[in-house]
Every structure is written in C-alpha cells, then in structure tokens.
Ligand binder design. Structure first.
Ligand code: CS2
Ligand code: MG
Length: 402
C-alpha cells in the first residue's frame, strides 16, 4: 500500500489551519492536523520541503516504522515544529489504516472503553457576573464541565476572555497585540469568580480554570489553596513547565488538582511530572505531541502513576485533530476529560466530520478511519492570513508569559 501523493493544505476559515493529506496507490486518503498557532508556515515547510519526499513511496501500513524513521531520521529531535509534522503524518496513517480495514480508528486502539467522551466548554466574561452567566449557558447546553475565565478588575485584557461579542480566539491578525498583566490583581480576583460559580451552579458541575503559565510556584500554591473550597476539576498551567521540579512546591501546599502539557511535544517533557505524580492530568494532544502513536505512549506511562488524560482542544487545533483525539479518548483507559472549544461554522464546513455532541459528551462515531476530511476546494476560498498570539507585559513593562 504505497503512498503516492502527499499534499500540505494551508487555509484560514476564520483562523489558520495546516492539514496534511496522504493518498495511497489504491486511492485511500488520510488526513492529519499540522497546525501550530502563530508558526503555521514553519510546519508547512517542514512537511513540504523535508518530510513529503521521505513519505512518498513508503508503505502506509508501517505506522510505527514511519514514526521512528521520521523521529530518529531527523537527527534534530523533539520540539513543537518537528513533533507537529510527525503528528500529521502519524494521524494520516492511522486514518488510512482504519479506512483500509473498514473500521473506525478506535477499533484499532482497543475499542470503546466508555459510553462517551466527557468534554468541557469555555465560559468567559469581562467580569464575574458575565462569566457566571456564560457558564450557566454552557450548563443549559448540556455540558457537565465548564472552564471559567473572567476579566481582572484594573486590567484592560485578561487571558481567555473574548472582546465584546467576539468569543475568545487565541490568534490575532497582523503583529502581536500587547497586553498588560498584574499577578497581584489576578490572584485577588479568581477566588471570587469561583465562589460565585459554585453559588450559581451548585456542587456537581466540574469547574476548570487556566492560569496560562503566568504564576510562580508559590503564587500557584497560594491560588490552589484559595480555590480548595470550590473543588475545581483542575487548575491548568499554573506555572511555565520547563522546570518540572517546580510543581513539587505547588504539590506541597494544595490539593487542587493540577493539569499541564498542551505545549509539550514529547514524553520527555512530562516524564518527571508523571512519575513523581506532580500533576493529575496530562494535556498533551494528538497534533502537537507526535500523533496518536506517541500520545498513547504518554497515556500508558501516565496510567501507571494515577495521572489521567485531559487533551488540549482549543480552536487552533483543527477538526482533524479533534476527530483523532476522540478516537484516542474513547479508547484509552485513563481518560480524564477533553477540551472542546467549538469551531466556527466556516471551519466545520471546510472540515466535514462524524463526531457529534450530546449530553455533555462527544462521540467519534463509527465511520471508517477518523471520520473527518478536508474540502480542498472550499479550503482554497480561505487563504492563509498571518496571525500571532498576543504578548503580555507586567505593569512595569517586563515581558511575561502570555
Ligand atoms: C488555552 C489555549 O485552550 C487552552 O487551554 O491554553 O487556548 C491556548 O491559549 C491556545 O491554544 C494557544 O494557541
Ligand atoms: Mg490552556
């Protein structure tokens, strides 16, 4: 089953996506998400200029061998660009494998391990009242889990909060917009948000919050302790996680569950966090952590240490990644939760898919392969538009983690 064609499709139906489409000699096709928000063309070039010549002529059935050939063959290992490119090839090969056998990919991953995939939506508001109303709307839609982010009094912008009627979207046309940040103001405001959310929603809705890499370990420990009365499902990205040891300090002070990993690209980024049980959920995703093949390795290590999965699922991960994630989520034993920021209508038209939402859960469906595709003619109507993630500075102008 030789690969005879490999195309990299860049489009922008409201935001940029990069998609790899492989075709075999017998006409089977497979797709893989290769989107790296803000650095999309780096991955497109890595694929077009360096990987495509290597995959043409390969046997599409050799998924594991292809993964290791691309990983070891590059010499320069790991990192978001390399691992996103490998992820796209890997995902497309799993898609082809399912189609060749006429079964959904989850059947190849051990079959369904649960009735559905618990997901969480993104509620946000310029202030606490608005964020509580947004969370109530998600509960009314049937969600059992909601991430809540609110504006911080005294700051013009805060992470995860849309602008006016625009929903939160992690990408901006043109050069990176600059925001100002105050950890002190933020730490004062967050407990108030969750006190109000628990009061409005009761004890059973899972509540999540993303600190988005902005705290020091001791600040994160303080926030975790302050949030304990509201028993969050998780506090995400409390600190930048290059220093995995930093989580020991947080762990000493709080029982609020911790989640990290959406920016990780391999098992090596989270091995200490997992084996020392410094986190409760690992957020690595199909698109940025080497595809389904490598994400399974991370999940299987995590299973030994009581760590569950909680894959990233923001709008800058395409429906191709979401579909692949759901085949992984429905079958992996130590599944925790799946992030699900709904895509725009244009994006859903460009990427027709089989997955469906009902009663707070997503289901990947039973279509052969991943159950997703890209409408290339429609994608061509939405050409790439350079966009960047914002940057943030402290009130004194010092650059900070956005
Ligand atoms: C966020 C993301 O969804 C999340 O948890 O951290 O929205 C993140 O900001 C974007 O994916 C960055 O591109
Ligand atoms: Mg996050």
């Amino acid at each position: 089953m030789k690969i005879v064609d490999a195309r990299v499709i860049v489009c922008c139906p409201g935001r940029n996506f990069v998609t790899l489409k492989l075709t075999t000699e017998d006409g089977l096709t497979g797709v893989g998400d290769a989107t790296l928000n803000g650095r999309e063309l780096a991955v497109a070039s890595y694929l077009e200029d360096h990987v495509v010549p290597l995959v043409i002529g390969r046997d599409a059935r050799r998924v594991e061998d292809t993964w290791h050939s691309l990983y070891k063959g590059a010499y320069w290992r790991r990192g978001p660009v390399t691992m996103t490119a490998i992820a796209a090839v890997d995902t497309a090969l799993w898609d082809i494998a399912g189609k060749a056998l006429g079964v959904p990919v989850h059947r190849l991953l051990g079959g369904r391990a649960r009735d559905g995939v618990l997901v969480y939506g993104h509620a946000s508001g310029a202030d606490v009242d608005e964020a509580v109303r947004a969370a109530e709307r998600y509960v009314a839609l049937g969600y059992h889990a909601v991430r809540a982010q609110a504006g911080v009094p005294g700051l013009a912008a805060s992470y995860g909060v849309g602008r006016g009627d625009l929903s939160y979207e992690p990408a901006e046309r043109g050069l990176p917009p600059e925001e100002r940040w105050s950890t002190e103001k933020y730490l004062t405001s967050v407990p108030r948000l969750f006190a109000r959310l628990r009061e409005a929603l009761g004890p059973d809705i899972h509540l999540l919050h993303d600190a988005h890499h902005r705290l020091t370990p001791i600040e994160a420990a303080r926030l975790g302790k302050a949030l304990e009365p509201y028993h969050l499902f998780w506090l995400e990205d409390p600190v930048p996680a290059e220093l995995q040891d930093g989580f020991r300090l947080i762990r000493q002070h709080t029982t609020t569950p911790l989640a990290v990993g959406e920016v990780f690209s391999s098992i090596h980024d989270c091995q200490t966090l997992i084996t020392e049980q410094l986190i409760d959920y690992i957020r690595t995703t199909v698109v940025h952590a080497g595809g389904i093949t490598h994400l399974r390795r991370i999940a299987h290590l995590a299973e030994l240490y009581h760590v569950r999965t909680g894959s990233h699922g923001a709008t800058d991960l395409s429906p191709v990644c979401m579909a692949a994630a759901l085949h992984f989520d429905i079958s992996v034993h130590n599944f925790g939760i799946q992030e699900y920021m709904r895509h725009s209508a244009d994006t859903d038209r460009v990427f027709p898919h089989a997955y469906r939402f009902a009663d707070g859960m997503l289901d990947p469906g039973e279509a052969p392969g991943l159950g997703v595709d890209i409408d290339e003619a429609l994608a061509a109507e939405f050409p790439y538009q350079r966009a960047y993630l914002p940057i943030t500075r402290k009130l004194d102008g010092t650059i900070h983690s956005w």
